[in-house]
Design a binder for this molecule. Structure first.
Ligand code: FEO
Ligand code: CA
Ligand code: CA
Ligand code: CA
Length: 672
């Protein structure tokens, strides 16, 4: 209602202290409203969630482990309205499950699985679209029964697009000509396109498959690819394929190739259905999602578009989150036409920009420059032999896109400390990439490089020490010529995670973090919407943590930052002390954090991860995902009662992942 002037940018809140309380803590003067939770009914007539293991029908309920989210505005008549801050659609990924809490106490979680239990777990994955409405002055609730509400699950029909669509690599019993895929799984981070669709990314899909004992039916090429992607489990994450049925919604999770396999029983290509970026039109509940094969297949964390400029090509920046994986960029063939931003057929716009183009992988040079290596058939050399796996010769461009990791190996991409989300500064176009952490075997003392410069020991309160790069860092790059299609870039390291209370010589606090902004394992990152930034405030960066090394001191958190630019970087020399006590010198370029430019805004409940963030266009409501509270517990030993604990000191219920809406009590722009 009030028109608040927000320039010049300053972080206008008091830092939240680290804590291990079982609530979402926000600064004084802010309010938390719990929105959609695991199990909340989407369709009319679906019962309220009992939350005792008896619920079913998750294809009409909010899924588990809410992750990345995005807001899409609606006007009063229910039409797309990009500027609306009072009614809209919240699209959220449901990455995974906390299995024990989905079933009655004492239920068998081991093979062979009960059919209904396996179906429930499968349907808790995917995405949800739910309508959110402000009853006035940011009194938020979701709308059960909205015609926009939708669940997308691992059983939803999808259409393959781009160069690998319709090829033999994607031929499955579900789609023998390789044109369709069934469902999406382990949807982690996301992207919003400039034409009001959402990109959802398939990350740790490999582990869901059972695959063993079929080597004799596989070619050396197939075995090489399966090994490189980690499709090696002898059970599959939740043993879904052991349910007693011939229904291939379940049997397909055993990806075994069969002797003389037929189209209906040979699941050798089933894993090739996953590992893609999927585009979804949130405004059309009947639309089939499109799997964009031109963007490559790997452990996709997120997919964030470069700054859109009329006449320039569209770039998409993508991390592959596993240890020693890579950063990728897709560049469209078509140049951006601003008229497409408001086109009615959003998925057709996606066809234009996301089906034809070039995929690149990043090489970070020691001198602060970098190169994008194209992954184009004819120019990618053979991937050399590794161990018992012979050299791999690419057959065609579809092969490169299905087996992208092998192609990236072949061109000498730089192995990173787990590339998570990418974020793009809406003013400068600079790209930020969270590198969440790495372990000692994958980042040994002698195996550091300029872009992944740390191997050290982080002491825990229990006396143990985490080695490698346990607290992670954030790297950023600027394309040469500020051109999304550039083949070269400049980079620096923006922040290094650290525990500010630990003065051990092993744990050098390079960024000078303090109790008000120390963090570990950055994961989610997102710049505030341009409507809150351009011309009004400096771009504000949100950083979310999924901590493996700091939970002895605090629950996971979200910080707000005013990060400056790559060109701000100074040069510091630090002493990086390794496991053996020997000192190695690393030259680190970047800016130190200060109380003015980095501050903790939020902490989450027990055993959660903070992941997923967007705001209304006016910046006055921030939506944040609280994922897997109490994930180390079970019905007999519940370790968090959130979100019930947010408002009750006598809470007893099982924990639920949920979205929270955060508002400032004076109605102002959040964080400023
Ligand atoms: Fe699902 Fe890499 O986080
Ligand atoms: Ca993540
Ligand atoms: Ca993570
Ligand atoms: Ca997680």
């Amino acid at each position: 209602t009030t028109n608040i002037t927000v320039a010049p940018a300053q972080l206008g809140f008091t830092a939240v202290a680290k804590n291990r309380n079982d609530i979402v803590t926000v600064p004084e003067g802010y309010t938390v409203t719990v929105m959609t939770r695991l199990g909340d009914p989407l369709a009319t007539g679906v019962s309220a969630y009992a939350n005792d293991g008896t619920d079913s029908g998750f294809d009409q309920r909010i899924g588990d482990h809410g992750d990345a989210l995005a807001w899409f505005g609606l006007d009063a008549s229910g039409s797309r309205a990009d500027g609306s801050s009072t009614r809209g659609l919240l699209v959220q990924n449901h990455e995974n499950i906390t299995q024990a809490y989905l079933h009655a106490a004492g239920a068998s979680l081991s093979a062979p699985r009960a059919l209904a239990d396996a179906l429930k777990e499968i349907e808790c994955h995917g995405l949800s679209v739910s309508e959110y409405k402000d009853a006035g002055n940011r009194a938020w609730s979701y709308v059960q029964g909205s015609t926009f509400n939708r669940r997308i699950t691992p059983n939803t029909d999808m259409v393959f697009h781009g160069p690998a669509a319709g090829t033999a690599y994607l031929a499955t019993p579900y789609s023998t000509n390789g044109s369709h895929g069934r469902g999406t799984i382990n949807n982690c981070a996301n992207g919003h396109t400039g034409w009001a669709s959402v990109l959802t990314c398939e990350e740790n899909w490999a582990g869901y498959f059972l695959r063993s004992g079929d080597d004799a039916q596989r070619s050396a090429r197939e075995l090489t690819a399966l090994s490189r992607y980690g499709v090696t489990s002898s059970t599959g994450n939740y043993s879904w394929s052991t349910a007693s049925t011939t229904d291939n919604r379940f049997t397909r999770w055993d990806a075994r190739a069969t002797v003389g396999g037929t189209a209906t029983t040979d699941f050798r290509n089933e894993p090739n259905q996953f590992g893609w970026v999927v585009e979804i039109d949130p405004y059309d509940p009947a639309s089939a999602p499109r799997k964009r094969t031109a963007l490559g297949r790997f452990g996709h964390e997120g997919a964030w578009l470069g700054k859109l400029t009329a006449g320039k090509k569209v770039a998409v920046y993508m991390g592959d989150d596993s240890r020693r994986e890579y950063l990728y960029k897709f560049v469209s063939t078509a140049a951006w036409d601003a008229a497409d931003a408001t086109a009615a057929n959003r998925l057709a716009v996606g066809d234009k920009y996301l089906d034809a183009g070039t995929l690149y992988v990043a090489v970070f040079n020691a001198d602060g420059t970098g190169t994008w290596k194209p992954l184009v058939f004819g120019s990618v050399p053979d991937r050399p032999a590794v161990g018992s796996f012979p050299a791999y010769t690419f057959a065609d461009q579809a092969d490169i896109l299905v087996n992208t990791r092998l192609a990236a190996d072949a061109v000498g991409a730089t192995p990173m400390d787990r590339p998570e989300w990418t974020a793009v500064n809406p003013v400068t176009g600079e790209v930020y990439l969270t590198l969440t952490n790495n372990d000692a075997s994958n980042r040994p003392l002698g195996g550091t490089d300029a872009a992944n410069p740390r191997h050290y020991g982080d002491p825990k309160l229990d006396g143990s020490i985490s080695y490698g790069n346990p607290n992670g860092h954030i790297i950023r790059l600027r394309e040469d010529g500020d051109d999304t299609a550039a083949a070269t870039f400049k980079w620096d390291i923006y922040l290094f995670g650290a525990d500010s209370a630990d003065s051990s010589p092993m744990n050098v606090n390079i960024s000078g973090l303090t109790a008000d902004n120390d963090f570990s394992s950055p994961d989610g990152c997102w710049f505030s919407r341009p409507s809150n930034a351009a011309g009004k405030v400096k771009p504000l960066l949100w950083i979310q943590t999924d901590d493996g090394a700091f939970t002895d001191r605090t629950n996971c958190m979200m910080l707000a930052a005013l990060p400056g630019t790559v060109s701000d970087g100074g040069t510091k020399t630090i002493t990086n002390v390794g496991t053996s006590g020997s000192a190695t010198q690393a030259t680190i370029v970047g800016t130190a954090a200060t109380a003015a430019n980095l501050r903790r805004f939020l902490t989450g409940p027990v055993q959660c991860e903070i992941t997923g963030v967007d705001s209304t266009p006016d910046g006055r409501t921030l939506f944040v995902g609280i994922q897997h509270p109490g994930e180390e517990g079970n019905p007999a030993a519940i370790t968090s009662h959130w979100p019930e604990s947010q408002t009750s000191t006598t809470a007893t219920s099982r924990p639920r992942s949920a979205v929270v809406a955060i508002t400032k009590n004076d109605g102002g722009v959040v964080a400023l």
